[in-house]
Design a protein around this ligand. Sequence first.
Ligand code: NCD
Length: 305
Amino acid sequence: MKNILTTKQFTKEEIEKILSRALLMESDLKEGRVEKLLSDKVIACIFFEPSTRTRLSFETAAIRLGANIISVENAEVSSSSFKGETIEDTARILSCYADAIVMRHNKPGAVEIAAGVSTKPIINAGDGANQHPSQALLDVYTIKKEHGRLDNLSVAFAGDLKNSRPLHSLIPILLFYPNNTFYFISPRELAIPEDLRKELKDKKIKFIETQNLEETLPKVNVLYMTRVQKERFKNIEDYEKVKDLYLLKKVHLELLKKEAIIMHALPRVNEIDHAIDNDKRACYFRQAENGLYVRMALLLYIFGL
Ligand code: NCD
């Protein structure tokens, strides 16, 4: 049984297989010839945290492949979790009804615990600040599509690097590819986790930690802006201090290379000025669209199809 819990579980070959499958899904969908390979399946989506893209693109992916869905949003208040049911019991029950479970939870590790008791495959749709593997896969799909490669890139992340599960999931994939350099732009309070810093040092990966967005912009091929994760802060004053530190504006575009791309997992709050949406380097809406193709590929992957 194949769960998708973390990007660290994949080999490079598996990732490339998923990316090729996603490419096929994209062309099949655009040409209106998607095979209904999941027509006998029920997919359960249960989200204990808010979501627009992840849940709805997984559900669309399932429907496009012919599956039916059962879906719980606001599960923290609308499922029996509100009455005190454990995540294990919820997972046991869902796995009696559905053929696969897509789950988002606010606690790091909760989806893995659910997978420990589920008799059906589980996809982690984000567990706290830990992992968001389907996001990372759609991110590499996007980088590959936009740049034609996943190596020899200078990739900058700006914002809340402590809590960004897209970042924590994307780096392990990019480490499969040679000569990538990373720039981590954040205030000290939101710097990358120590275990990631140690891993990069141990693997002798070139990375620079800085607080300066402007200085970094001219150096990169990929600029990945991240939302400051308000929901992860223990007190609101700490959030207020850092929430507006990095806003990409029109003036910044002159500093960016012509071939650079601007990414964001979305939702954006105050990280990217809407005035730059029409710049061809702004690829966050294309990135969100790619989520559908990648999630179709992931649903097929968990069923071994
Ligand atoms: C991200 C997430 O939930 O981690 N969003 C998403 O899935 N598209 C990023 C975020 O919420 O900031």
